[in-house]
Every structure is written in C-alpha cells, then in structure tokens.
Design a protein around this ligand. Structure first.
Ligand code: DGL
Length: 270
C-alpha cells in the first residue's frame, strides 16, 4: 500500500480528460494535477523546450511527494518521456505506451488501418507510428497534425460553428479510408469526440488515451502493491502556472464540478 498521491501534468486543460478517467477507474487515489497554462501551448515548441518544461513540471510534482507521474500530454510524452525517465527514479508514464499495448491486446488481426491526430510536435516526433509498428508489424498509420484544436479546446470552443468546421476539415484524410481506429494523440481532443463521430460514423473506433492510461495505472498499482487504502475516498488538488485563462470554466464543465475553482492554486514552477 502507498498512500501518496499520483502526479499528473499537461500544458492546460487537456490532461483533465485523463484525470477524469483516472478518477473513475481509481476512486481511492489522491491526485495532484498540474496545468502549465503559463507555457501553453506545448504543441508548437521545440523538443529542447518541451524537455525543459517537463522537467520543471516533474520537479514540482516530486516536491508534492507523489508516488508516480503520468504525463497526460501527447506532446510531452512524445518529446520528453525517454529523457526524463533517465533522470528520475520514480515511475513516469506517458500516453503512448499504455494505449498501444491496449490496442495490441484487444485486436484479432494486426492488419489495421489506424489514424493518429495530434499536435505538430507529436506528429513530427513520429513516436505513435514507431510504437504502433513495433507492436503490430502490419499496421498502417495515417498521421494528421491538428494544430488548431488544443487552443480551441482551451477557449472552450468545442461545439460551436468554428469547431464543427475545423473538425470537418481535419477529418478529411480519414474519410473513405476504411479506417479501424482513430487515436486522439493529444489529450485535448476528447473534447471534440462527438463532432468527430458525426464526421466518421460508427465504424471507426475513436480512442481516448485517458481511458487506456487509467486501466494501465490500475494494473500497475496493483502489481506493484502501490494502491491507496480501499476505504479511502480520493481527493484531487489542482495547480496552474497561470490562472488568467479559461481553464476553470472548461475543466468545471468537463468534471461536472462547480466547486473546482476553490481547489485550484496558482504556482510558479520556474
Ligand atoms: N494536451 C497536450 C497534448 O496532448 C498539449 C497540447 C498543447 O499544449 O499544444 O499534446
């Protein structure tokens, strides 16, 4: 048993889609969420910058005495996970590996056509494609960067006219392609899931990485005997590096928690 909290970070509100799933699958765990809103967006920054920012987020979470860290950001996972794992001793996991393993374990044939949508930085890193092909030799991957979506999600523009037009445009490469799955390789994107379904229909499985991570985390904590007590009711604390943003409004809607604002603290990680 390990009563320490789990640390989770992202550039903004996207990682809250992962936190929501972790809360659902692991209701006994205490969570500490860090949204690096001051440095949002991560999606168009260089690998060097992402490594520096990830390091700052991780060190802040370590100071909060977390037992492990989930990088709830596709951009930071693809560009910094390998590097930070070499530096820190506590367990750190991102969104790519648990998702790919779950897909591999659930399929009957490796002959799949999988779409990946993510930020520019994630697509540039080629990490999803590499990991998917390593796990399932015959998989065909179609990548598409969707740079407008994370800023729109941060603004709460997830179901207006602009969002509908953007999703229509970004889904074009996947239409009439006999796609099996579409991986939401950026954690902001589940906020557009309904619009994507409208464009792609029901035959394409849309993969929310948050759910895969939560399942992975549950198994990992059990295996390592690191779960909190069964009778404990998990609580969450939220930290933002800047509060002059729409995080509170968007996240309150997502978590259906009107008291969220009272649980948020502004901090400096520089
Ligand atoms: N939610 C993040 C991701 O998964 C970050 C998006 C951004 O900051 O540009 O990539």
């Amino acid at each position: 048993m390990d009563k320490r909290p789990i640390g989770i970070f992202d550039s903004g509100v996207g990682g809250m889609t992962v936190l929501a799933q972790i809360k659902k699958y692991l209701p006994n765990e205490d969570l500490i969420y860090l949204g690096d809103t001051k440095n949002f967006p991560y999606g168009d920054k260089s690998k060097e910058t992402i490594i520096k920012l990830s390091t700052k987020c991780i060190e802040f979470l370590i100071r909060q005495k977390v037992k492990m860290i989930i990088i709830a950001c596709g951009t930071a996972t693809s560009q910094s996970l390998e590097e930070v794992k070499k530096i820190y001793r506590l367990p750190i996991e991102g969104i790519i590996h648990p998702t790919v393993q779950d897909i591999k374990n659930s399929i009957k044939t490796e002959k799949l056509r999988i779409g990946v949508i993510a930020t520019e930085g994630t697509i540039r890193s080629n990490k999803w494609q590499e990991e998917l092909i390593r796990a399932m030799k015959e998989v065909e991957v179609i990548n598409k960067a969707c740079p407008l979506l994370a800023p729109m999600a941060e603004q709460g523009w997830t179901n207006n006219k602009v969002a509908k037009e953007a999703i229509k445009e970004y889904m074009k490469p996947f239409q009439n392609q006999k796609m099996d799955k579409l991986i939401l390789g950026c954690t902001h994107y589940p906020l557009f899931c309904d619009l994507m379904k409208e464009e792609l229909g029901n035959d394409v499985e849309i993969i929310n990485t948050g759910e895969k991570i939560a399942k992975y985390l549950k198994e990992y904590l059990e295996k390592e005997e690191m779960e909190n007590e069964e009778q404990h009711v998990g609580k969450s604390n939220y930290y933002l590096t800047d509060t002059e943003c729409n995080f509170i409004e968007v996240a309150s809607r997502l978590l259906k928690d009107e008291t969220l604002e009272t649980k948020i603290q502004k901090i400096d990680i520089e």
